[in-house]
Design a protein around this ligand. Structure first.
Ligand SMILES: [Zn+2]
Length: 135
């Protein structure tokens, strides 16, 4: 799916608001940096691969052989899936990483999108409801 840039900006801002609650300053700053990078990457490449709480994320670095690296990210963990299948180093260290920040922004994006869809559904008048069948 392709992200809408306006909704993306809103999702980014709302996700940043949530980080304000983080009381540990060092972690808070790292999360802000991770979100900023995630947001920039989503603007550059708004095609996302998200399914059932899991996201496949193309790394911004390549292997020594110059091959693409992919991360599989969920709320539970962040893992470098290709080519090694090992945990993301930042995640393993307990630090915020931009992969998980990407997932956070995208999940807020989907939430905002579904709220907007529900709001517009409520205004729709279903003409079919007025039909009376007499048989
Ligand atoms: Zn990660």
């Amino acid at each position: 799916m392709i992200l809408n840039p306006f909704l993306l900006e809103r999702a980014y801002n709302e996700t940043r608001q949530l980080v304000r609650r983080e009381t540990r300053e060092k972690i808070r700053n790292r999360r802000y940096n991770a979100l900023k990078k995630a947001y920039q990457r989503l603007i550059e490449n708004p095609f996302i691969n998200y399914e059932n709480g899991k996201m496949l994320i193309l790394s911004d670095t390549v292997t020594e052989q110059g091959e693409a690296k992919f991360y599989r990210t969920s709320n539970k963990e962040c893992r470098l899936e290709e080519p090694d299948n090992v945990l993301c180093f930042a995640f393993w260290e307990g630090n915020p990483c931009w992969h998980r920040a990407t997932l956070e922004i995208v999940e807020n994006y989907l939430l905002i999108e579904s709220e907007l869809n529900q709001a517009s559904d409520g205004k729709t008048v279903h003409a079919g409801d007025t039909e009376v069948f007499t048989a």
